[in-house]
Design a protein around this ligand. Sequence first.
Ligand SMILES: Nc1ncnc2c1ncn2[C@@H]1O[C@H](COP(=O)(O)OP(=O)(O)OP(=O)(O)O)[C@@H](O)[C@H]1O
Ligand SMILES: [Mg+2]
Length: 211
Amino acid sequence: MATQVTAVINQKGGAGKTTLAMNLAAGLARRAPTVVIDLDPQGSSLQWASQGSAPFPATVKQINGRWDARTLHQNYRAYRHMVLDCPPSLDSHASLQALRACDLALIPVLPSPVDLWASLRLPREIEEARKDNANLRAYMVLNQLEPKSAISAAMHDALAEFGVPVLNAAMRRRAAYRSAALEGVSVYQMGSRGAPAAAEIEAIINEVIAS
Ligand SMILES: Nc1ncnc2c1ncn2[C@@H]1O[C@H](COP(=O)(O)OP(=O)(O)OP(=O)(O)O)[C@@H](O)[C@H]1O
Ligand SMILES: [Mg+2]
C-alpha cells in the first residue's frame, strides 16, 4: 500500500507544526508503521524524540538539503504513514517540496488574525503545488484555542479570506502538549494527563486521515 504523506506546514514560527506533527505521528503509529521526517534545520522533532528514556512511538529522521518526492517515497516505502515537519519558511526548498510530496497538508494556526495574515502566501503556494500534485488536500487546524473564548469575528473573516477549509477538530491550549515535548513522549503516553489532548489528535486523524 502506498505511504500516506501528511505535511504539517506554516511559514509562521511557533504555530504548532512540530507539536501537531509529533502527536499526529504517535497517533498514526498506533495504527501502522509511521515515520516523521524533520525538514527543519532546527531539528526540533529529532530533539523531541531523543528526550527522556522511553522510545518515541514513531521513527524520526532528519533530511537537510535537496530531495525529491520520488526518492522520499522510495526510501520510506516500508512505512504506511509519513509526517513531514516543515521549517517556518516558505522560501526553503523543504516546504515547497513538501507540498509536492504530500497527500494532505495540515496548517496549524493560532486563533489570531494577525498570525494568519503572516501566512497569506501559503494558499497561493498550495494552488501552485496543485499544478504538480493535483490531488493535494489542505486544511487549517486551529491551535492553542482557549477553553472559554469563542473565535472572534475578525478571525472568522481572516479564515474565510484565507480560502483553505478549517478542520472541525482543533487543539486547545493545554499544558500536556508542552510537557509531552519536554518528556520526549506524545500525549498518548501521558495517561490521564494527556487524554484530552490525545482525544483532539484522534479527532484530527479520524476527520482527515484514517480510512
Ligand atoms: N495546543 C498547545 N497548547 C500548549 N502549548 C502549545 C500548543 N501548541 C504548541 N504549543 C507550544 O508552543 C510552542 C511552539 O510550538 P511548536 O514548536 O510546535 O511550533 P512550530 O510551528 O513547530 O515552531 P517553529 O516554527 O519554530 O518550528 C512550543 O513551546 C509548544 O510546546
Ligand atoms: Mg517546529
